[in-house]
Design a protein around this ligand. Sequence first.
Ligand SMILES: NC(=O)C1=CN([C@@H]2O[C@H](COP(=O)(O)OP(=O)(O)OC[C@H]3O[C@@H](n4cnc5c(N)ncnc54)[C@H](OP(=O)(O)O)[C@@H]3O)[C@@H](O)[C@H]2O)C=CC1
Ligand SMILES: CC(=O)N[C@@H](CCC(=O)OP(=O)(O)O)C(=O)O
Length: 346
Amino acid sequence: MIRAGIIGSTGYAGGELVRILTVHKDVEVVWYGSRSYIDKKYADVYQNMFQIVDAVCMDDNMDELADQVDVIFTATPQGLCASLVNEGILSKVKIIDLSADFRIKDVATYEKWYGLEHKSPQFIEEAVYGLCEINRADVKRARLVANPGCYTTCSILTAYPLAKEGMIDMSTLIIDAKSGTSGAGRGAKLPNLYCEVNENIKAYGVTTHRHTPEIEEQLGLAAGEKVLLNFTPHLIPMNRGILATEYAKLKKEVTYEEVKAVYDKYYTDEKFVRVLEKDVCPETKWVEGSNFADINFKIDERTGRIIMMGAIDNLVKGAAGQAVQNMNLMFGLKESEGLELVPMFP
Ligand SMILES: NC(=O)C1=CN([C@@H]2O[C@H](COP(=O)(O)OP(=O)(O)OC[C@H]3O[C@@H](n4cnc5c(N)ncnc54)[C@H](OP(=O)(O)O)[C@@H]3O)[C@@H](O)[C@H]2O)C=CC1
Ligand SMILES: CC(=O)N[C@@H](CCC(=O)OP(=O)(O)O)C(=O)O
């Protein structure tokens, strides 16, 4: 059995990790980390775990944890993982960080967009960007994985094949994304109160959202050029789900079949990416509770643009599911172990 510790197990992403790992046949969660609930029963924090998880919450002592487990998940605020990790710890355990600390290769870019000083820049280079469909071989060898962001997972997977094959003019790419409120975490914040979110929709982080440089870096690597794009997130009144709608100019006239062949080239063998049938638009409801990313596209012949669409569950493929997919690869397990979750509907 792989012994796992979760720092930040009481947050939404950490809670989803617990839900998935509790039924993973090769994993035992032995450390339910928390800052506010130390010594409290985990099932008192999340009653859905009543009679399922008996453990009590522990602190965030990564040094002590590293002696007791094989893998540590950090589902904690930006900056925390970088402030705890060190060579001694990394020589003993594998770390999968759900925050953004090791996602962006240029430390100045991270510090600018996150407004934080990076506490462990020496590990940025070695960290592997854990988007399994794109970096599978590197993830298998990694001891530190930077689990991608939720908006970024959806945005990158949706455009990746066309960026990689040079079919779109990257300078024209515009990403409009919408997220349910669980994306903002469990912490009490005024903009996330029921009356602020319900019956409402708003854009936020316009031109400044921290996922912008992460998407630019990854799609830039795919396209082999520096990419600057517009990314505008929106908060919508639902619990889970992200929908990204992405617009770009096609470099030349192409048919539906030609574009479909490109998506199939990258995703036919990918269990968790479903390229939908012609004219079917992805919906968050069709992926809820699952590790699927549903993707499709439509060519607008009038404008020469292509509209790409993607949907994921932000807490599963956008966070905990992807983290478990990474863990499976790092430990040589079946990639989909514990993740064959059927989407729930309605
Ligand atoms: N929500 C989402 O959809 C996604 C989240 N992520 C990332 O995952 C991470 C967690 O997000 P999310 O679950 O939403 O956030 P939450 O606010 O729901 O949870 C944060 C967790 O971190 C713990 N924590 C906070 N501060 C500290 C600290 N100083 N030391 C130790 N533990 C601390 C909290 O513990 P306690 O409550 O016990 O004090 C809690 O368990 C973030 O980096 C986020 O960006 C990534 C992808 C998607
Ligand atoms: C709705 C909402 O507030 N979403 C969060 C992003 C969610 C997230 O998980 O960000 P990381 O993946 O980078 O950790 C935000 O906009 O900051």
